[in-house]
Design a protein around this ligand. Structure first.
Ligand code: HEM
Length: 567
């Protein structure tokens, strides 16, 4: 009966309809559809298997634009649970993302993200707006300058590690190293807890003392398990040590957060303004602003009404949002940098193209410089003047996120109107669609990012040059702005990612520092009869063998064996 009602609602919407008589939100189906897929591919007739694809996990990454080419840029997947709208139409995508009150966050995202307290990503309506007003402006240019410095330092140390610690610079630790950089930058920029570079290793001792950043890093690394599996199960003695350590981290985090905030408040009381500014980080800004507005509003509210509640961040929200900086910023940035490193090795010509820019902007190549000269040169590179010139590095990031978007689709739910009210509607290109009943809405980033109508016949090819515009008069290069709604790795509309600039600065300076000092190559196993072209191809296959976990990531990151060579 549900399927029939869903079908009727879908047909009435006027969008193309795809029938899929399964409940895509059923937990058993959610767990089993990925492992069952290869088996069903063998036994099901091709037409049925193909039609089932949009109901399988991560289908849009595998499919690019194929399904949309056949059915249309928007279609409704009719299921026995809740209907799903899949949208790869730039005009509709913009509307869906702009109308935050009608297309709201899904409960699943809220459960995972509010693990350590309520926060901006897990909220809607006024609770969201209040937090957004306090948080988004904090991730500003001042923070970008700190990101620039810390990321450069970390990448320089990573280059040292690759060139001096790994035999002949051959390493399977590139992904682990970039993950370490991402977490260390967050440690410094988010919470003022600096850490020297070392390839990421998860802690495996539940009894050992833990700093906030280590605990939060572990929770971010194993976020789904932390959110879904009860703590007492994670703690069972037969669980792997890393899982038991995760349970310990979850237990310790409320106290670690409270301690860290206490210390920050003490520091803010006793330090001078200049001193506080010199050790600015997201936590210190957040605490200061939250406390300031709390005091101000409390004063005003008390004056007007002695019983009024204040409009500010609660302690729970400060803790939740502090966690979110890592929860939202770590995996996304780390995975984007990881794909980029593998792609740079697979495409030596595009790497050389970036190195040309670096040698120009950094005032010459690093070849022949002494250690001190090299360090001085890097230290002289100022964020405000140098960052805007690294357009090829930014183009490389955009192209990486176009084909490997960390967030494959943006999820929303149609806010169901009360029974007697008319259903939600959306009007695209003068056609109005009625959305009766419940719908999950997925803005398909992968479909949008590979649509031939936007990106041309070579939309599936990795070509960072496509982003570059050249000023005819000056010859100056800049990064083009794609048509609205066609490129949304950081989402769009009022809920656009507030960490967008921060992640761009980090990516650009990490890749720039590494490539200025080193070239990165695939390792050709000629003993197995492999040619250089085979080795490059093997790396590309590694990037294609990916799956969304929390964000899109390679299934076999440890097989990314790369050689780092000093230039
Ligand atoms: C390459 C890196 C990144 C990517 C691809 C990315 C992507 C996204 C996307 C797609 C969303 C919106 C989800 C939606 O609309 O449903 C989002 C939201 C968010 N991101 Fe990022 N992000 C990145 C880095 C960061 C960083 C470094 C931070 C923080 C320091 C951050 C903090 C946030 C926050 C707080 C939100 C919630 C905004 C809101 O709900 O109003 N992100 N991000």
């Amino acid at each position: 009966h549900r399927f029939y009602t869903n079908y009727r609602n879908a047909v009435a919407s006027g969008f193309p309809v795809v029938l899929c008589p399964v409940n895509t939100q059923n937990p058993v189906y959610m767990v089993l559809n990925a492992p069952l897929r290869p088996i069903l591919k063998k036994i099901l007739p091709t037409a049925i298997y193909d039609a089932w694809q949009p109901a399988t996990y991560g289908w849009e990454f595998r499919d690019h634009h194929g399904f949309h080419d056949r059915i249309g840029p928007v279609f409704i997947l009719v299921t026995t649970g809740v209907n799903e709208i899949w949208c790869a139409d730039p005009a509709l995508a913009q509307i869906l993302l702009a109308r935050r009150k009608d297309f709201v966050m899904l409960p699943e995202a809220k459960i995972i993200m509010s693990l350590l307290g309520n926060n901006i990503i897990a909220s809607d309506g006024e609770t969201w707006a209040r937090q957004r007003r306090l948080i988004a402006p904090n991730l500003n240019e001042r923070i970008s300058a700190i990101v620039w410095k810390e990321s450069m330092l970390q990448a320089d140390q990573m280059a040292d590690f690759m060139l001096t610690k790994e035999p002949e610079g051959i390493s399977t630790q590139t992904v682990a190293s970039l993950r370490a950089i991402a977490i260390n930058v967050l440690g410094q920029v988010g919470y003022g807890q600096p850490k020297p570079f070392q390839p990421m290793e998860l802690p495996r001792d539940p009894k050992a003392p833990m700093a906030y950043i280590d605990a939060i890093g572990l929770v971010a690394e194993l976020l789904a398990a932390a959110a879904i599996v009860p703590n007492f199960i994670l703690s069972l003695p037969f669980m792997p040590l890393v899982v038991q350590t995760l349970a310990a981290a979850m237990r310790k985090l409320p106290a670690l957060t409270a301690d860290m905030l206490d210390q920050e408040r003490q520091r803010q009381k006793t330090r001078s303004v200049e001193d506080s500014e010199s050790r600015e980080n997201i936590m210190s800004l957040l605490v200061r602003l939250a406390d300031q507005s709390k005091n101000k509003e409390a004063g005003q509210a008390r004056a007007a009404d002695p019983h009024a509640s204040t409009l500010s961040l609660t302690e729970d929200e400060i803790a939740g949002n502090l966690f979110l900086v890592t929860g939202a910023g770590f995996d996304t940035t780390a995975n984007t940098m990881s794909y980029a490193a593998v792609l740079m090795a697979a495409y030596p010509d595009k790497q050389a193209w970036m190195q040309d820019e670096l040698d120009r902007v950094f005032g010459g190549s690093s070849t022949g410089l002494t250690e001190k000269q090299r360090a001085d040169r890097l230290a002289s590179l100022d964020y405000t003047t140098v960052y805007p010139q690294l357009v090829r590095c930014l183009a490389f990031m955009f192209e990486t996120l176009r084909l490997f978007p960390a967030v494959l689709h943006l999820s929303r739910g149609v806010k169901v109107n009360p029974t007697n009210a008319p259903p939600q509607t959306v009007t695209v290109r003068s056609t109005t669609h009625h959305l009766a009943g419940a719908y999950n809405v997925f803005v398909n980033n992968m479909g949008l990012h590979t649509a031939p109508a936007t990106w041309g016949a070579d939309s599936d090819e990795f070509r960072p040059e496509r982003w570059i515009e050249v000023d005819e008069k000056t010859g100056q290069e800049s990064v083009m702005t794609p048509p609205r709604g066609t490129f949304s790795p950081w989402s769009g509309g009022p809920r656009v990612c507030p960490g967008q600039k921060m992640s761009q600065v980090e990516f650009v300076v990490v890749m720039a520092t590494l490539l200025w000092r080193c070239s990165v190559k695939p390792v050709t196993h000629s003993e197995r009869g492999e040619t250089d072209a085979d080795a490059r191809h093997r790396l590309l296959e590694l990037t294609e063998d990916s799956q969304p976990r929390l964000t899109l990531q390679m299934n076999r990151p440890d097989e990314a064996e790369l050689q780092w060579v000093a230039r």
